[in-house]
Design a protein around this ligand. Structure first.
Ligand code: FE2
Length: 325
C-alpha cells in the first residue's frame, strides 16, 4: 500500500510517494525567491496553485492512481504558517476524499529519518542544518521516544545566515551554494567564532562578514572565511555531542547538508573517530515530500491513529516534542 507525503513548510512544494520504505516518486516545485527573501503569502499562493498538478505528476511517476494511496502524511511544522496550511488542507481534503488516515509529520524528524533510511544508519548523532534550523540531535527513549536536542543555534539557522550574506553581497541566486562557489580559493580572514558547549550563534559572524565586505576585503576571501568559520563551529559542537552520547554513527541532513565542504568536514570527524558517516543524496537533503511519506508510512504501520484534532499546523513544532515511532 502506497503512502503520499506533502511537504510545504517553506519555498518548496514536495509530493512524495513511498511503499515499504521505497521511494516511488519525489516531485518538487520551488517558488523562486526574490531579492526580498521569502514572502509568505506569495509562497502559499504558489503552493495552492500547484499542489493538484504536483500530486498528479507524482502519481504518474509512481505509475499509480489516486485510489492506490492508502494513507496521507503532511508537514505539521516547523515552518511558515501560511505555507504549512496549504499542505494541511490538501492532506485533509485528499484523506477525506479517499477515506484514508492522515498523519502530521515533524519536518525535522523527516529530514533525519530519510537520511537514516538512505544511508543505512540506525542510531546516529544527527547534525541537522537548514535555512531555519541548525541542531545537533540524537534519539532518546525517556520520557518518550524522541530526538533530544544536544545543541542548537541561539539565533538564526546557518542556511539563513549564508543566504542573508549572499543577498548582502548581491549574489544571484542568493543562496549558500553561490557563496560556496565564490569562496573557492579564498584566503582566511579572522572572524568571530561563537560556540558555547554544544550551542552556537551566527548573527555576529554575519554582521562581521558584511562589514568586512564594505571595508574593502575581497568577496572571495570573506565568503571563504565565513563558510569555514560557520562550518567549523558546527563541527566542534557536533564532535562534543559524539563524545557525550558515545554514538557510533554520524548523520548530516537538511538543506545545508548539500554543501560538499560541510560533508567533507563532518565526514572527517567520523573518520577520525572511526565511526560510520551518512548523508543522503541532495534530492533528499533539500525539502521533499518523500521524507514526509517515509515517516507517515511508519506512523501508519505502528497502528497508532492520530485524532483529527491533532491534524493541525504548528509553526514552532519542536522536534523534541514529537514522538518518533
Ligand atoms: Fe527542511
Amino acid at each position: 500500500m502506497a503512502v503520499l507525503g506533502i511537504e510545504s513548510s517553506a519555498h518548496t512544494l514536495g509530493i512524495g510517494i513511498v511503499e515499504n520504505g521505497k521511494v516511488l516518486a519525489n516531485e518538487r516545485m520551488m517558488y523562486k525567491i526574490t531579492d526580498k527573501g521569502i514572502i509568505p503569502s506569495k509562497v502559499a499562493d504558489f503552493h495552492a496553485g500547484n499542489v493538484r498538478e504536483a500530486v498528479h505528476s507524482a502519481l504518474r511517476h509512481a505509475s499509480l492512481r489516486l485510489s492506490d494511496i492508502g494513507a496521507i502524511g503532511y508537514t505539521k511544522g516547523p515552518g511558515i504558517g501560511a505555507c504549512l496550511q496549504v499542505g494541511n488542507v490538501a492532506a485533509l481534503s485528499l484523506a477525506q476524499r479517499l477515506r484514508v488516515p492522515v498523519f502530521p509529520v515533524n519536518h525535522a524528524v523527516a529530514h533525519i529519518e530519510i537520511t537514516k533510511a538512505m544511508a543505512g544508519l540506525a542510531d546516529p548523532v544527527a547534525l541537522y542544518v537548514s535555512g531555519g534550523n541548525s541542531q545537533i540531535l540524537a534519539l532518546v527513549g525517556e520520557p518518550f521516544r524522541h530526538y533530544h536536542i544536544y545543541g542548537e543555534t541561539f539565533d538564526i539557522g546557518v542556511g539563513n545566515m549564508l543566504d542573508s550574506f549572499a543577498r548582502s553581497a548581491k549574489l544571484n541566486p542568493a543562496w549558500g551554494s553561490t557563496v560556496a562557489m565564490v569562496a573557492k580559493g579564498g584566503k582566511y580572514l579572522e572572524m568571530p567564532y561563537t560556540v558555547k558547549g554544544m550551542d552556537f550563534t551566527f548573527t555576529g559572524l554575519l554582521t562581521n562578514a558584511t562589514a568586512l565586505l564594505g571595508g574593502g576585503k575581497t568577496l572571495q576571501d570573506v565568503a571563504y572565511s565565513l563558510q569555514e568559520t560557520a562550518f567549523s563551529m558546527l563541527c566542534e559542537a557536533t564532535e562534543r555531542a559524539l563524545f557525550l552520547t558515545k554514538k557510533r554513527e554520524l548523520a548530516l541532513c537538511g538543506g545545508v547538508a548539500q554543501s560538499a565542504r560541510l560533508q567533507e568536514m563532518i565526514g572527517s570527524i567520523a573518520k577520525a573517530h572511526r565511526i560510520k558517516f551518512g548523508v543522503a543524496k541532495n534530492e533528499f537533503n533539500a525539502d521533499n515530500g518523500a521524507m514526509i511519506a517515509i515517516v507517515a508510512e511508519r506512523m501508519f504501520e505502528s497502528g497508532r491513529a492520530v485524532p483529527l484534532s491533532e491534524c493541525t499546523v504548528n509553526q514552532r513544532y519542536r522536534i523534541d516534542s514529537s514522538v518518533v515511532v
